[in-house]
Unconditional design. Sequence first.
Length: 117
Amino acid sequence: QVQLVESGGGLVQPGGSVRLSCKPSGSIFSINAMGWYRQGPGKQRELVAGIIIGGRVNYADSVKGRFTISRDIATNTVTLQMNSLKPEDTAVYYCSVATTRPGDVYWGQGTQVTVSS
């Protein structure tokens, strides 16, 4: 069973930066989309940034201009660079990979990002 292995995260001060990475432990075929979600305390999980393979990149309005998602095609590593962090960015961040098969979605284990002084 292929797993998504996340790295990065931790405690950062407001205005700081964090870089999250997510790499599959094995091969995933027919990838259709890759993305990052987050779930803050008492909130529902929400899409932060996503890449449709061969198409568009989209961001939540709350992170536009501050976060950048990218993908390494050779390794299928998806990275989220987060700048100008705010306390409201505090959440558990999950990476996700969806294939072209309906309902075939992989999830990372989640990594905590805490923005606090």
